[in-house]
Ligand binder design. Structure first.
Ligand code: ADP
Ligand code: MG
Length: 373
């Protein structure tokens, strides 16, 4: 008889533009977790924000029942985020009528992308509940989500970034002409216009002239109150996976070849024509530089567990620029993050084991901190 299984709460779905991507990631995670070691408790969040338990989450991922999630009536229907009974009803959950009393979870795996999942909001809740969870903490998650603050930190530690400007929605609405003049003068065309806090290329447009710029800023302003405009460069796109807590390690470097003019939502998730090349066909020193920058960024942003760090390789100058980190990168079997580790000698299942270990390790380390004088 094996030892007690680790009870994993797998949270997915959520109030985010990346809801569907999360469902696909969650399915792969469930399929690849070692069922001899782990009891998986799927926790789905609908697009409206309702938390679901028991058989309900499987309906979100229709095929989840065929992917190794055992239906154990009266068992997997109950979870609490913490062993402390006073905090048990922290989140009202549908299906909690059948709550088993000691439904405490050992580790949470947030498989949520974008707002309320990747931005530190959920991580704050998990900190309050004092439960170990996979991935970055509140600060790292929030920094990883905010393209402006992330760039400020990159600059502070000397990482090369492309030039950019940031405006607030109210500034834009007050003086669009002045703002467009400033962008044209400083950045020129083409430029990329993005909502500061989002992902999956949602709300991002490339502008080649003033009319497109105006439209692009209006679109970005629908998604966020802060808008970032970046100098557009002609580049190859490189990605590196980082794993660890205080001593993170970097994987081999991969390249994404987008099927569109840039790596937009369609190229990422819809047309299936973008290519992933692992390892990237780049000179060894360039790969080393990318890996070094990836680890520097991970530490500078105070990340933990995992992050995928994305880069631009300027086609003309050969210069590497760091673009962004993704603290909860896509996690399907064909996603870059697990594939980069596979190519570096770590299988998907081993990667999950390691991420769970890192979550427990970080939680234990935090318990060492004094909380009183
Ligand atoms: N400054 C830039 N120069 C060239 N291409 C860019 C630039 N910024 C973004 N892109 C293109 O847009 C894509 C999405 O931008 P990114 O900042 O990575 O946003 P997201 O967080 O949504 O992935 C990139 O993968 C790249 O193809
Ligand atoms: Mg990106």
């Amino acid at each position: 008889m094996a030892g007690k299984k680790i009870r994993l709460g797998l949270i997915f779905g959520g109030r985010s533009g990346e809801h569907e991507v999360s469902l696909a990631s969650a399915k792969s995670v469930i399929e690849n977790l070692d069922k001899d070691k782990y009891e998986v408790v799927p926790i789905g969040i609908t697009k409206e924000g309702t938390w679901l338990l028991g058989t309900e989450p499987a309906r979100l991922i229709e095929t989840a029942q065929h992917s190794g999630v055992e239906e154990e009536p009266g068992e997997t229907t109950s979870v609490t985020l913490t062993g402390d009974p006073r905090l048990r009803r922290l989140i009202p959950v549908q299906g909690s009528e059948q709550l088993r009393d000691n439904g405490a979870l050992d580790v949470i795996i947030p498989v949520l992308h974008g707002t309320y999942g990747e931005d530190g909001a959920l991580q704050g809740l998990l900190e309050m509940a004092n439960v170990p969870y996979v991935g970055c903490g509140v600060l790292g998650s929030a920094l990883g989500m905010d393209k402006e603050k992330m760039k400020m930190v990159f600059q502070a530690v000397g990482l090369p970034i492309v030039d950019y400007l940031v405006y607030r929605r109210n500034q834009w609405e007050r003086s669009p002409e002045t703002i467009m003049d400033a962008i044209e003068q400083r950045l020129g065309y083409p430029c990329f216009v993005k909502p500061v806090n989002l992902g999956s290329s949602v709300g991002i447009n490339k502008a080649h002239e003033r009319h497109e710029l105006e439209h692009a800023i209006n679109v970005a302003a629908e998604y966020d109150r802060k808008i970032i405009i970046e100098r557009g460069i002609s580049c190859r796109e490189l990605e590196c996976a980082v794993l660890g807590n205080d001593e993170p390690i970097a994987s081999v470097v991969g390249e994404v070849i987008a099927s569109n003019e840039f790596y937009d939502y369609n190229a990422k998730y819809i047309d299936n024509k973008s290519q992933t090349i692992i390892p990237a066909a780049i000179p060894q020193p360039t790969a080393e530089e990318v890996r070094r920058q990836a680890v520097t960024a991970f530490l500078a942003l105070d990340l933990s567990g995992l992050a995928r760090v994305d880069f631009f390789l300027d086609r003309e100058s050969g210069q590497v620029y760091i673009n962004e980190v993704n603290t909860l990168p896509g996690f399907t079997q064909i996603s870059m993050y697990p594939k980069l580790w596979e190519a570096s000698g770590l299988s998907y299942a081993e990667l999950m084991d390691r991420l769970i270990e890192l979550a427990i390790e970080r939680h234990e380390d935090k318990q060492r901190n004094r909380t009183s004088l």
